[in-house]
Design a protein around this ligand. Structure first.
Ligand SMILES: Cc1ncc(COP(=O)(O)O)c(C=O)c1O
Length: 401
């Protein structure tokens, strides 16, 4: 056993979060480092979904909207996510996709900002959907989009800025951006912040209330383990809710949905972010998946995430042939999410071979290997094994030099 493998075993033995891995349907056949794309399956989900299908849908049928709490599930599950993103109850609602929620949030932010502010600042390195949605929101509201590097956003906002769209953690590099700093700069300029939390929710403490973040959206199928296509969340800061004017005012966000009134009157609270009928099966799969978070201390989660990514970087440096990979992920803890991205020539072929040898990360064109470290179930031994096999693959795969 190598020194690094021994160190990994010791660190796993001392890891207070280690017992949580047993709550997931994982085996030791592969190292799963793609929880930043699709979280692993919590064991509680399948039996709970079977019960929902058989009993709540099968037996109670329509009664379940009320008796099984289906109608209010978007807010109830939203509150559970609220704890994980640092928002007190009543500010998070679950439904739709992140793309759709970003659209609602951006248009609502422009409407909050008023007619004199004509620009939307958009994180120039954002996940593509953010840019597409922002462009359409700007076109629809008669604003213009100004792409800005995330590090320059705080300085770039001014009296013309209506809203800033920021990715909290960069999906490609794993870089953590300064959401509190951008938020306070935006507020000083009289603008609103919309945060994309896809790669930070469930990966690190976010503190939406603490930092006064206005609006936020994020997906639940990554670190929150909600399952493929599980519904996204939308956060609307409590004091903004009465003025949150959704561009998609469906009947589910009406003050009296069953009044069937021809005129729209928005509901109070986070329910104002709803649109149409929620996807109950996916929503309740997510609800069951969230059970694994009960009692998890987010400071301990963050400490483990940083320790895992530090350790993986050390192992990669030790095992990868010199100069074959370079880290795109910042070394500074304050700038790192919960993933490590390595630039590597021939990355596509390298990742395909890694997967074949039981190390599942992913490849982003043109040359990035991404390894996500979900602290609830990733082990130090996984980090060591993945880096060791990466070293072997780099030695074997042609074109990776
Ligand atoms: C940072 C980021 N934003 C937005 C999205 C899009 O989410 P959705 O497919 O739920 O619209 C993703 C998806 O991976 C993402 O990583």
């Amino acid at each position: 056993m190598s020194d690094l493998a021994r160190e990994a075993a010791d660190r796993d033995a001392g890891d207070e979060l280690a017992p949580l891995r047993a709550a997931f349907d994982l085996d030791d056949g592969a190292v799963y480092l793609d929880g930043n794309s699709l979280g692993a399956l919590p064991r509680a989900v399948a039996p709970r979904l079977a019960e929902v299908v058989r009993h709540e849908w099968g037996r109670l049928r329509i009664r379940s909207w009320d008796e099984s709490g289906w109608w209010t599930a978007p807010e109830r599950v939203g509150d559970r996510i609220g704890r994980l993103v640092g928002a007190a109850p009543g500010q998070v609602v679950v439904g739709d996709s992140t793309s759709v929620n970003l659209f609602k949030a951006l248009v609502a932010a422009v409407r909050l900002a008023g007619p004199d502010r004509d620009e939307l600042l958009v994180d120039a390195t954002a996940f593509p959907t953010d840019g597409y949605v922002a462009a359409s929101a700007a076109r629809m509201t008669g604003r213009r989009v100004r792409p800005v590097e995330p590090a320059a956003m705080a300085r770039a906002c001014g009296p013309r800025t209506a809203a800033l769209l920021v990715n909290h953690v960069d999906y490609r590099t794993g870089r953590l951006h300064d959401l509190p700093g951008v938020t306070s700069a935006a507020h000083a300029a009289g603008a609103y912040v919309v945060a994309d939390l896809c790669h930070s929710a469930g990966a690190l403490p976010i503190g939406l209330d603490e930092h006064g973040v206005d609006l936020a959206a994020g997906c639940t199928y990554k670190y929150l383990n909600g399952g493929p296509g599980s519904p996204a969340f939308l956060h609307i800061r409590r004091d903004l809710q009465p003025r949150f004017d959704s561009p998609l005012p469906g009947w589910n966000s009406h003050a009296d949905p069953f009044g069937m009134e021809p005129a729209y009157r928005p509901a109070d609270g986070a329910a104002r972010g709803r649109v149409g009928t929620p996807d109950i099966l996916s929503l309740l799969a997510l609800d069951a998946a969230l059970d694994v978070w009960d009692g998890v201390d987010l400071a301990a989660l963050r400490a483990k995430s940083l320790a895992l990514t530090d350790f993986f970087l050390r192992c990669a440096a030790a095992y990868a042939p010199d100069g074959r990979v370079t880290s795109l992920t910042p070394a500074a803890h304050a700038e790192r999410g919960s993933q490590v991205s390595l630039r590597c020539p021939g990355a596509g072929a390298v990742m395909a071979e890694l997967v074949r040898r039981g190390v599942v990360g992913d490849f982003r064109r043109p040359d990035v290997l991404r390894f996500g470290f979900a602290p609830l179930y990733c082990r130090f031994a996984d980090a060591e094994r993945a880096a060791r096999i990466l070293g072997e693959v780099l030695g074997d795969v042609p074109g990776s030099t």
